[in-house]
Design a protein around this ligand. Structure first.
Ligand code: GLU
Length: 197
């Protein structure tokens, strides 16, 4: 098991995401990463292999990442070695979408063949196929929500997903099937997390 945290609101996201990931450490993981948005700027993505403390160090306790909307992930590798390239978040080739995922996409090879024959992939994960698939549908004129839904309709497997879109700076899109994901509604902020801790 592993974990997802997301925050969108009126405070700096990165320190909150790191704190959330530390509460999910008990679930086990081999690498960790964050994507944080600052207004219209592209998401900044930082990933580290091994302990969460490596990510904390790499981001100066989160202070190096500015922005009030972000997603964080601890990975337990199922497809691809536990490397920085395979750590989440995964970003689409056009840099528009950033995605974290807990679970397993059983038909990712088929999806790759069917929809993404020309895509340049950076790592070996099943998850990267999904972010490219969402970008593929968006390129074909779908809204973000419809592109996400179209990708979900093709996927077989278990998932909790959190997705950020460059065109929609303060929104985190989520979906789940079998893997856990909770939504917390606060005053001035909303959060998502793999468990109630
Ligand atoms: N199957 C994905 C991967 O290997 C997600 C693993 C997880 O749940 O952390 O990257």
């Amino acid at each position: 098991m592993c974990g997802i945290v997301g925050f969108t609101g009126n405070r700096q996201a990165a320190p909150i995401l790191l704190d959330g990931l530390s509460k999910l450490e008990y679930r086990g993981y081999d690498s960790a990463g964050l994507a944080v948005r600052d207004g219209d700027a592209l998401a900044q993505v930082v990933k580290a292999k091994g302990r969460l403390s490596n990510l904390v160090e790499k981001t100066d306790n989160g202070n190096a990442l500015k922005g009030t909307c972000g997603i964080g992930h601890t990975r337990w590798a199922t497809h691809g070695e536990p490397t920085v390239a395979n750590a989440h978040p995964h970003v689409s080739s056009d840099q528009r979408f950033a995605l974290v995922h807990n679970g397993v996409i059983e038909n990712f090879e088929e999806l790759k063949e069917q929809f993404l024959s020309g895509a340049h992939l950076i790592g070996d994960t099943d998850t990267e196929i999904v972010v490219q698939l969402i970008a593929h549908f968006a390129e074909n004129g779908f809204s973000t929500k419809d592109a996400f839904k179209a990708a979900l309709a093709e996927i077989k497997g278990s998932y909790a997903f959190a997705l950020m879109d460059k065109m929609d700076p303060n929104t985190i899109y989520v979906a789940k099937n079998k893997s856990p994901l909770l939504i917390g509604l606060g005053e001035g902020f909303n959060v998502i997390c793999s468990d109630a801790m």
